[in-house]
Design a protein around this ligand. Structure first.
Ligand code: SF4
Ligand code: SF4
Length: 451
């Protein structure tokens, strides 16, 4: 395996304070099985999953509890066996409400994994792809896009490169870092499975150079990998983990405006997702748990935990020793792209990468002021947008103007807000306006379908 030193440098980006040392050195710990799991039906992008169990049913560990609700959707399995005690509605970390299946767990319950496919090298690519879909695997880096759909590009979009995203550029978070250290060989095999599914010759493992131990672990695990397998050391720069920036950094290819990564012949998969592909194919285990970083100055013992989906945030914070001092802010994810959480009883899911508990000293309080046209946000934007202009359109309720200024290309990385001396709530504006545009598009689609 080669180590490639040549990288392309994307425009913009920032160098925030990373604070990864809080949890990076702490090996993954399992938590005791929670007495109750509240399993959300929307842990992915697309249609919610539809429950196939009813109240009173006794389910086994890894049994299907909800089937995919459409083409872009994903099934949901029981992380632990037990009794279904409620099918209702729960609040998720972003504050949205979604359907859920509540299981009172029985740690002694029998497990019913899929049949393992240890000889995947001789399995049909279609069978491997089917396993990825039936195991409920979605992008675990944050977006939650169903992996089966991502690995099924149309015939006119041939893929020649699979990029394993091990950048984990979000400050504080270290779950991918630990997965690379502790499951390097599994990730390598997961990448080979994906390569077989896509018939893609080229694999690139992209890791930021602030994780030298993860680079060494992946290098060692992939040393004898066959074919065009290479590790790319990326300079540490936020948002290096964003798909579009990473494709450019690794290949020099630019995703066109309004386009998708597949338009460049690339598929980007987060390393934890690739590990889940290995678990589903080689061990027959559906996606029912993940590594979550619980960190920040407000928790007593920051670390990384292997967590069954449906575990409450509160339970995880307790597993990290609880609060050492009152948390001024709890964020689902990291401070750049995460969401502030107001209810610690919300459940974890497939895209919960971390819980960041910040003290009053960690956050700044400010009053937003008028734009002074300094242009710093323009320099920082990795998508070559003009954040100041987009935000002014939105403040004037001119959503159409913001759309014409390419608002939908915004990846909500927060780089613009990070550098803004006037503390403008830029990302909040962008998220709100994008929500309005998406709602309008959904209404128009529903109207067209009804005709
Ligand atoms: S949040 Fe959007 S506008 Fe701001 S820097 Fe990131 S991509 Fe650019
Ligand atoms: S960084 Fe802030 S003050 Fe400067 S141009 Fe952008 S929005 Fe305006």
């Amino acid at each position: 395996m080669k180590i490639l030193s040549k990288v392309f440098h994307f425009k913009g980006g920032i160098h925030p304070c990373y604070r990864k040392e809080l949890a990076a050195g702490v090996p993954v710990r399992e938590i005791p099985v929670p007495a109750k799991l509240v399993i959300p039906m929307s842990q992915h992008l697309g249609a919610p999953a539809k429950p196939v169990v009813k109240v009173g049913d006794v389910v086994k560990k890894y049994q299907l509890v909800a089937e995919a609700g459409g083409f872009i959707s994903s099934p949901v399995y029981a992380p632990e066996g037990g009794k279904v005690v409620e099918i209702g509605v729960t609040q998720n970390a972003s504050g949205a409400r979604c359907a859920s299946v509540v299981i009172e767990t029985d740690p002694e319950a029998e497990a019913v994994p899929f049949a393992a496919i240890p000889d995947w090298r001789n399995a049909a690519p279609g069978d491997l792809l089917a396993r990825v879909g039936e195991a409920g695997i979605v992008g675990m880096g944050g977006a939650g896009f169903p992996t089966k759909v991502k690995l099924s590009p149309p015939a006119n979009k041939p893929i020649d490169t699979v990029i394993l995203n091990g950048a984990e550029c979000e400050p504080y978070l270290t779950s991918d870092h630990r997965v690379m250290l502790e499951c390097a060989r599994q990730i390598r095999e997961g990448a080979e499975i994906i390569r077989r599914i896509l018939g893609t010759p080229c694999v690139r493992i992209a890791i930021e150079d602030n994780k030298p131990d993860a680079i060494s672990a992946m290098e060692e695990a992939c040393r004898d990998a066959e074919g065009d397998f290479a590790l790319v050391k990326l300079p540490t720069q936020y948002p290096q983990g964003s798909e579009k920036q990473q494709i450019f950094s690794v290949t020099g290819r630019q995703v066109p405006r309004g386009g998708l990564p597949m338009d460049t012949g690339c598929v980007v998969e987060n390393v934890s997702t690739v590990n889940a592909v290995y678990e589903a194919v080689v061990k027959g285990i559906p996606l029912t748990r993940r590594v979550v970083t619980v960190t920040g100055g407000a928790v007593s013992s920051p670390g990384n935990f292997l967590v069954p989906f449906g575990t409450a945030y509160r339970t995880l914070i307790e597993a990290a020793g609880g609060f050492r001092e009152p948390a001024a802010k709890v964020v689902s994810g990291g401070p750049m792209m995460g969401f502030a959480v107001t209810n610690l009883d919300v459940p974890t899911g497939k895209t919960t990468s971390g819980i960041t508990c910040l003290t009053r000293r960690d956050i700044s309080f400010f009053t937003s002021q008028a734009c002074i046209s300094c242009g710093r946000c323009v320099d920082a934007c990795p998508m070559r947008l003009i954040p100041s202009a987009m935000s002014q359109f939105i403040e004037a309720d001119d959503i159409e103007g913001a759309k014409k200024a390419n608002l939908m290309d915004c990846i909500e990385c927060g780089s613009c807000a990070y550098v803004c001396p006037a503390h403008r709530p830029l990302v909040q504006h962008f998220r709100r306006a994008k929500g309005v545009i998406r709602a309008e598009m959904a209404a128009a689609k529903a109207k067209a379908t009804a005709k």
